[in-house]
Design a protein around this ligand. Structure first.
Ligand code: OGA
Ligand code: NI
Length: 211
């Protein structure tokens, strides 16, 4: 059993030149081993404890105020420092470090981020192909960073993030423990394939100033 052992060391999150380049072409970047073994397990435990406490609610996509679970059948809640354990707070610190790093290395002007805990219960829950933002929308999400917390995820459990990079073949990315996938929110189309395992993701959406 992994223990949550505060205080966790701060986790610097610096981006290599080729990782910044990957955001443009092919349009996403995948980073494994973001927090390390012990901390990633602790994040998963904390997330699963929130799920067990019943604080998540159906995400859905609202269509005439009816939740359309054919589009999105996970359940979610918003995370902040107040409702997060110490390991999750270390992840929030890493996301803040990522915000600064994206501003410095990718010339973005990201001012803040929201973090969502999403859980696909394993009954074939999915999220149909979509983008997280539209360039003309008021909602100014610029960058999406998805952190997966699923130890021992097996290929037959599905639940991959399928990404559709422009002009390239789609790629399937398994929701493996301690993996982060980063992309521009209004650019990359993606979907979650039906998940036949209890699948946890913690997603940060970074916002740009003044849009
Ligand atoms: C989303 C989303 C992908 C994932 O919440 O917008 O696309 O892998 N999530 O959980
Ligand atoms: Ni999305």
């Amino acid at each position: 059993m992994f223990q949550t052992r505060p205080p966790w060391r701060p986790h610097p999150l610096s981006l290599l030149d080729e990782e910044v380049q990957a955001l443009v072409d092919p349009g996403y970047l995948v980073r494994d081993g973001v927090l390390g073994e012990a901390l990633s397990h602790a994040v998963e435990l904390e997330a699963r404890a929130l799920v067990a406490r019943g604080v998540l609610h159906p995400a859905g996509v609202s269509r005439a105020s009816v939740l359309d679970s054919a589009v999105r059948s996970d359940e979610m809640t918003w995370l902040d420092r107040g409702n997060s354990g110490p390991a999750t707070q270390a992840l929030l610190d890493a996301m803040e470090a990522l915000r600064k790093e994206l501003n410095a290395q990718a010339y973005l002007d990201l001012t803040k981020f929201d973090v969502q805990l999403a859980r696909y219960a394993g009954n074939g829950a999915r999220y149909a192909r979509h983008r997280d933002a539209f360039s003309d929308a008021r909602q100014n999400r610029r960058v999406t960073a998805i952190y997966y917390a699923n130890a021992d995820w097996q290929p037959e459990q599905g639940g991959q993030l399928r990404v559709y990079p422009a002009g390239r073949e789609p790629q399937d990315l398994a929701p493996l423990l301690d993996r982060m996938v980063i992309f521009l929110s209004d650019r990359l189309e993606h979907e979650v394939l039906p998940a036949f395992g209890d699948r946890i993701a913690l997603t940060a959406w970074f916002y740009q100033a003044g849009l």
